[in-house]
Design a protein around this ligand. Structure first.
Ligand code: GDP
Length: 398
């Protein structure tokens, strides 16, 4: 090949390459190129699923399809307007009397228990079979073996000794015994007063999915409604969504949320939250924690550390364990593990609106030796109700 021939060949190659590039640019200007199609994948798919129609394999010279943009629309590409941040701070409703207001939800889910008990007690002849039926109804509602036997024995004795035959009197006796079982004497208030003017520090623990973060958010609303100043801590650093979720809860009621880097040390978030509470003179600090039950020792280390480190600033005044009422015996076992790890001072029983097993209130208190302080009765922001033994039993028997 002569030099001239070589030059001609090089120019020809350059024209082809530049021409292709220019065509590509023109196409990009008109629209996004569809992703390159992997012919092997298409063929494989076709072989694996022979019922598929013949795949359309683009031919070499086929133009990829473009959507025609009408000429008058090309200039009207509107710049996206950023959503205006919500600045309205909500004023949540006070929590008092919520159990009564929400009793319909409780009654609906627990009506089988109340109705079942009243149906048996309403019988003219309370024979052994009737008492056994009563026992079965209580056990089916997760009341637990010990408390069930206790209740049936006491009722049986009363019916015999007091000569109860009238259904109304039987109903009254049942109400009294149920209230005694749920125990109206337990102190169900939250310990929110720290020593020497330090804020009350509430640690919220429980297995993931039980409604822990929701409970922290709702608790903040309850406290704000009581005119308390609150700081929340997102110490579940393993779930970015949990911190985002909590920030939204906080924003809605104008409460600060302390969060750390994703995957960061939960204990340092706990520390920073209490520190901020102290510095700003907040009344209460509520800390959400992670509830991964991978191993008991892992959980023990993590929760223990969060509590220890937070207490370098101020003592933890309340440890609330969140239990999902729909998980029955399983929830109870998880509760026991948590009970061994941290000293639980109160239980929040969530999703009581979604179960007919309201008897778990009794079982939880017996197993853990701590009172149920709040119950969750729905997914709404204010569906967290302070627990009350008499109101609960009345809703059960409504
Ligand atoms: P966490 O993983 O323990 O923090 O759980 P979340 O707070 O994210 O809650 C898990 C789900 O349970 C969410 O869909 C909540 O809306 C729902 N939930 C929480 N409490 C209640 C309740 O009392 N009733 C009902 N029906 N759902 C609830």
């Amino acid at each position: 090949m002569t030099n001239t021939e070589l030059l001609v060949a090089l120019i020809a190659v350059a024209v082809v390459v530049l021409g292709g590039g220019a065509a590509l640019l023109v196409r990009r200007g008109r629209g996004e190129l569809p992703p390159p199609r992997d012919l092997d994948a298409i063929t494989e798919e076709y072989i694996e699923h022979p019922e598929h129609p013949e795949p359309h394999l683009p031919s070499e010279d086929e133009e990829p399809p473009f959507e025609e943009v009408p000429a008058d629309e090309k200039d009207r590409s509107p710049a996206p307007t950023p959503a205006a941040p919500t600045t309205t701070v909500e004023r949540p409703e006070p929590a008092q009397g919520r159990l009564v207001r929400l009793r319909a939800r409780l009654a609906r889910s627990n009506s089988s228990l109340g109705r079942g008990l009243l149906a048996v007690l309403g019988r003219a002849d309370l024979d052994d079979a009737a008492w056994e039926e009563l026992e079965d109804t209580l056990l089916a509602a997760d009341v637990g073996v010990g408390p069930t036997t206790e209740l049936v024995d006491r009722l049986r004795t009363r019916v015999r000794v007091e000569g109860i035959t009238d259904p109304d009197a039987a109903r009254q006796a049942l109400r009294e015994e149920l209230v005694a079982l749920v125990d109206p004497t337990l102190d169900r208030s939250l310990a929110l007063r720290g020593p020497e003017g330090t804020p009350g520090v509430v640690l919220v623990v429980g297995v993931n999915g039980t409604g822990k973060t929701t409970t922290v958010g709702r608790l903040a609303r309850v406290l704000v409604a009581e005119d308390r100043t609150v700081v929340l801590g997102a110490a579940d650093t393993f779930r970015a969504a949990a911190a985002d979720q909590l920030s939204t809860w906080g924003q809605r009621v104008g409460v600060d949320v302390v969060r750390g880097p994703e995957g960061g040390d939960p204990a340092s978030v706990g520390f920073d939250t209490v520190k901020q509470g102290l510095e700003t003179g907040a009344d209460v600090v509520v800390i959400d924690t992670a509830g991964r039950l991978h191993t008991k020792s892992g959980l023990m280390d993590e929760l223990g550390k969060v509590k220890r480190v937070a207490e370098k600033q101020a003592p933890v005044t309340e440890v609330l364990l969140v239990i999902d009422a729909t998980t029955g015996q399983n929830g109870l076992r998880q509760a026991q593990v948590f009970g061994e790890v941290v000293e639980v001072t109160g239980v929040v029983l969530t999703k009581l609106d979604g179960t007919a097993k309201g008897g778990i209130v009794v079982a939880v208190q017996r197993e853990l030796g701590v009172p149920v302080k709040y119950v969750g009765l729905g997914e709404g922001a204010d569906d967290l109700a302070p627990f009350d033994a008499e109101e609960f039993v009345d809703a059960l028997l409504a």
